[in-house]
Design a protein around this ligand. Structure first.
Ligand SMILES: O=P(O)(O)OC[C@H]1O[C@](O)(COP(=O)(O)O)[C@@H](O)[C@@H]1O
Ligand SMILES: [Mg+2]
Ligand SMILES: [Mg+2]
Length: 349
């Protein structure tokens, strides 16, 4: 039996039966065409210094965008102009943009995720969140983006890696589609992903170790101690510096990703943005049986207050995410964790 294409999947999963189903599936198709165009730009040859270089001053979310960030943003906003989308928000734009007041959807995008990987030819991505529009789109454009993550109708990300791939959820599981350049279509590679509950790998930028709070440091210490420590087993570590690529790996083989808040200036709430990074990734991870928190609280329960607000982010294998939560909520247990771990198994893996 041949694997379904993205089009066939959308027809069966988000047809006219689902709320705003047709609008959602047309929007996902437009996003997919823009991703294929961006991939074409990336693989056409040397990117040229300008495209991979910073534009000099910080964008709305505090990062200095690269030309490719802006090029990607232009591609995706154009694609959303040809979709039933009322409002478009992006990492690269200060405010939400009103596209069509009569249209039903609001789309938030991280046009280029993993920007620091552009000039090193490492994986990069595009992350998106599709919401029903809310409030008065003309008078208060951002209101649609201040809904909790559970209001998402669909979410996903594209990976521009060895393969162009789409990770997608329309609220009934998380699925992966790989682009077949021969057929010119996305074909389902993995349907109904289930993240292993037990993690063997953790992903965190350990260069920030001294800036972390005690709970995070002790969690990582315990993993690094392997069989000689309270975890009594070995852990591996990975860090792609593109959350979409780390999420892809975790969806395939489990593990956990952490970008906590830390003591560096501007990093009290970590690095990831709630509206167009943490919310869509949390939606995908939960639809695959995993969990996503701000170290303690469920990401999808949070109410965004600003378009570019940051949030500490922990996601992946459900049991591991819960464990990291206990390192934060039961610090007293942390102090005496060695005896606890050895015989009572409260924190057993
Ligand atoms: O450079 P660091 O501190 O390792 O942070 C890497 C993290 O920052 C990000 O690149 C932020 O995303 P953008 O590239 O879209 O700004 C994440 O994808 C990634 O996980
Ligand atoms: Mg990003
Ligand atoms: Mg980005």
């Amino acid at each position: 039996m041949t694997s379904p294409t993205l089009d066939a999947f959308l027809d069966t999963h988000v047809g006219s039966g689902a709320p705003l189903g047709e609008a959602v599936s047309l929007t996902v198709r437009r996003l997919a065409s823009a991703a294929v165009a961006l991939c074409g730009t990336i693989e056409q040859g040397p990117l040229g210094k300008a495209v991979a270089e910073g534009r000099g001053h910080a964008g709305p979310s505090g990062d200095v965008p690269k030309e490719l960030d802006l090029l990607a943003d232009a591609l995706f906003i154009d694609a959303m102009r040809q979709a039933p989308v009322c409002l478009y928000a992006s990492e690269e734009l200060e405010d939400a943009v009103l596209l069509d007041p009569a249209a039903p959807l609001a789309v938030a995008v991280d046009p280029l995720d993993g920007s620091s990987n552009i000039d090193t030819n490492a994986p990069i991505g595009t992350i998106f969140s599709i919401l029903p529009k809310a409030g008065d789109p003309v008078g208060e454009r951002s209101a649609s983006f201040f809904q909790g993550g559970d209001a998402q109708l669909a979410a996903g990300f594209f990976i521009y890696g060895p393969q162009l791939a789409l990770v997608l959820s329309v609220g009934s599981g998380t699925h992966i589609f790989v682009f077949s350049s021969a057929g010119g279509v996305f074909v389902q590679a993995h349907g109904g992903l289930v993240i292993p509950a037990r993690a063997q790998e953790f992903a965190i930028n350990t260069a920030n170790y001294r800036h972390w709070d005690e709970a995070v440091r002790l969690y990582v210490d315990d993993c690094l101690k392997g069989t000689e420590g309270p975890r009594e087993r070995e852990f591996n570590m990975r860090w792609v510096a593109a959350v979409a690529a780390d999420a892809y790996r975790i969806l395939i083989r489990g593990g956990v990703y952490l970008y906590p808040g830390d003591s560096r200036r501007g990093y009290a709430e970590g690095r990831l943005r709630l509206v167009y990074e943490a919310n869509p990734i949390a939606f995908l991870i939960e639809q695959a049986g995993g969990a996503a928190t701000d170290t303690i609280n469920r990401i999808l329960d949070l109410t965004p207050r600003s378009l570019h607000q940051r949030v500490p982010l922990v996601f992946g294998s459900a049991r591991e995410v819960a464990r990291i939560g206990r390192y934060h909520t039961e610090p007293s247990n942390i102090a005496e964790r060695a005896p606890l771990f050895s015989n009572r198994g409260l924190f057993r893996a």
